[in-house]
Design a protein around this ligand. Structure first.
Ligand code: AMP
Length: 317
């Protein structure tokens, strides 16, 4: 397995591959969810590239700094899953066009200072703004960004779209693999790919869950046993909501979910539900009645640690 740190080497590696390439973008601290994406990519392509980059452009500084990192273990897991190349660029490498020549700290200051903005984002179309020394900063249209997780911080998805567009242009993957767990993210990346002219095939991979029903997530390592049992309670309530079946009215279901949350045993922990919505899993438009294509999504914080769950009413697509 090749471990590649520079963009030029990554491009050179890609240039040497004649067959299909599957890309699995990750932020590391790998778990079974990532493992499943890697397996799908392995089964569907001649070569597999996994990128591992904790993207500061999509985080507040505090969340970026505490994001778990475990490079050595990640490389072992990737190798065990048959990855051919791991692309692990530094922030300075990835965002040289934003502020080349700056120290890592100065570049991070610049990155955290340009977050936000975009109040004038287009309702329907993607747009590229120029930031720093002229780097393209993708603005996700309001129809996709200004809801669910983007309601309070739509710039999060600008950061995701910007880094993924850069990865696609560097790796030029035949297929790119993303988890259905992050349902708004995958809907945005699908639309981004269409806007860019269908440069890759986006493959949506179903959610992988732990035995207590909680979706596998890099952040689970940050939870105490008490916090974890609250996460399991949320997963169970969301599963019940989704299990109400087609035709059930969303308003009453959300009320029942909120009652269930209020009854959860939280001990000294603080649980905050950020949002709970029922959406069409392709368009991420809100729905009033559950249908077979509805996804139920909940973002919540336990003692400030942000987690999310997605459940499907029908079979996941
Ligand atoms: P992350 O490293 O958190 O950015 O995740 C990298 C990719 O793995 C994203 O496409 C996620 O949607 C996907 N992913 C994360 N957790 C899961 C999971 N439990 N099941 C399926 N895919 C996942």
């Amino acid at each position: 397995m090749d471990v590649i740190e520079s963009i030029s080497e990554m491009r050179e590696w890609r240039g040497g591959v004649a067959g299909s390439v599957g890309l699995v973008p990750t932020m590391g601290c790998l778990h079974d969810g990532h493992g499943h994406l890697l397996e799908r990519a392995r089964g569907g392509n001649d070569r597999v590239v996994m990128s591992l980059f904790v993207n500061p452009l999509q985080f507040r500084r505090e969340a970026f700094e505490v994001y778990p990192r475990r490079l050595d273990e990640d490389l072992k897991l990737a190798e065990g899953r048959g990855v051919d190349a791991v692309f692990v660029p530094s922030v300075e490498e990835m965002y040289a066009e934003l502020g080349g020549g700056r120290s890592r700290d100065a570049l991070l200051d610049l990155i955290f200072s340009i977050q936000g903005g975009g109040e004038d984002r287009d309702q329907l179309e993607f747009r590229i703004d120029r930031v720093g020394d002229g780097m393209g900063y993708i603005r996700v249209p309001a129809r996709l960004a200004m809801k669910m997780d983007g309601r309070l911080h739509p710039w999060h998805f600008d950061g995701v779209a910007t880094v993924v567009e850069r990865l696609l242009s560097i790796v030029e993957p035949t297929r790119s693999y993303f988890g259905q767990k992050d349902i708004q993210q995958v809907a945005i990346l699908d639309a981004l790919n269409d806007w860019a002219g269908g440069v890759t095939e986006i493959v949506r991979v179903p959610v992988v869950r732990e035995s207590d029903g909680v979706s596998a997530s890099s952040r689970l390592v940050m939870l105490s046993a008490e916090q974890r049992s609250i996460a399991a309670g949320i997963a169970r309530l969301l599963d019940e909501l989704a299990g109400s079946g087609e035709g059930a009215g969303v308003h009453a279901l959300i009320e029942r979910f909120e009652d269930g949350v209020a009854r959860l045993e939280t001990g000294p922990c603080e649980l905050v539900i950020d949002s709970v919505v029922c959406v069409d899993s392709r368009t991420i438009e809100g729905v009033d009645v559950l249908t077979s294509s509805t996804a139920v999504y909940c973002a919540y914080l336990i003692d400030g640690i942000r987690l999310a769950e997605t459940q499907w009413v029908g079979a996941a697509i």
